[in-house]
Design a protein around this ligand. Structure first.
Ligand code: UDP
Length: 244
């Protein structure tokens, strides 16, 4: 089965969303080479990022699906991810194993401090408001998700963490934190949506602490394209070849 892009519905920061010809219950997420940080203030085009991210996200979504987490993934076609159409729950779920980024800054706890158990945080998905941190209570009170949906999201996010931690562990990489988004299928079932990529995860090389994620771009630590090609080779056991 080959799915065809039809109408460009929405341009995100690193992805474009298309409708699919003859399949109103599907969408295509096109992964671009665009990178942004600080809510779009810093921008660049990173060679091969789209292709590497779509391949990594496909691999990771398949792994978490095998671990019992329902996802929106249907198939990958080149730089396109064919997905079930969901209505996105506007709650970004961040799971953390090690203190870093905004958590370190917010509480003055040093980056690299290990957490005794995974911390699940909720952010309101709003570019206009800069994704503010919130509690589950805010999300329920403001009608962004029900208590039941949030319980499902939390349980699934922790299952994703177990599966991904084990996966990265095997590659000598520490999974520090990552962001997930969930969506509702037409019948109300909550599934994992969006992507799981080094754009939305912190991955530190074990032993050296080298950043193998978008912090290389955010913090000007080196060449993001080279970093992502390195990560690709670890994940797939072969070098990334452009255009393949
Ligand atoms: N993250 C993301 N999108 C966001 C905010 C965060 O994908 O809008 C990811 C980020 O890459 C990291 C994790 O969520 O892996 C936690 O990010 P944090 O809250 O520390 O924010 P940051 O320091 O990246 O602004």
């Amino acid at each position: 089965m080959v799915w065809e892009r039809e109408t460009r519905e929405y341009d995100g920061k690193a992805k474009r969303v298309w409708s699919v010809r003859g399949a109103p219950d599907l969408v295509i997420l096109q992964f671009t080479d665009d990178a942004t940080a600080f809510n779009g203030v810093k921008r660049a085009s990173i060679p091969d990022k789209g292709r590497i991210n779509v391949e990594i996200t496909t691999h990771l979504l398949e792994r978490v699906a095998a671990a019992g987490v329902p996802t929106h993934l249907v198939a990958r076609q080149g730089e396109d991810l064919v997905c079930r159409r969901v209505s996105i729950i506007p709650v970004e779920i961040v799971v953390r194993n090690v203190c870093a980024g905004s958590l370190a800054k917010r509480y003055g706890v040093p980056e690299g401090t290990k957490l005794a158990y995974p911390l699940v945080e909720h952010f309101y998905k709003s570019d206009k408001l800069d994704d503010p941190l919130m509690t589950e209570e805010h999300a329920v009170l403001f009608g962004w998700a029900t208590r039941e949906e949030l319980a499902v999201c939390r349980a699934l996010a922790l299952s994703v963490n177990d599966a991904l931690k084990a996966f990265w562990d095997g590659l000598g990489v520490d999974l520090v934190d990552f962001k997930l988004e969930f969506g509702r299928l037409p019948d109300g079932t909550v599934v994992l949506a969006d992507e799981i990529t080094p754009d939305g995860s912190r991955l530190w090389e074990r032993g050296t602490g080298r950043h193998l994620d978008k912090d290389v771009f955010r913090r000007d630590l080196g060449d993001l394209s080279a970093t992502y090609r390195d990560l690709y080779a670890r994940v797939f056991g072969r070098p990334f070849v452009a255009g393949s």
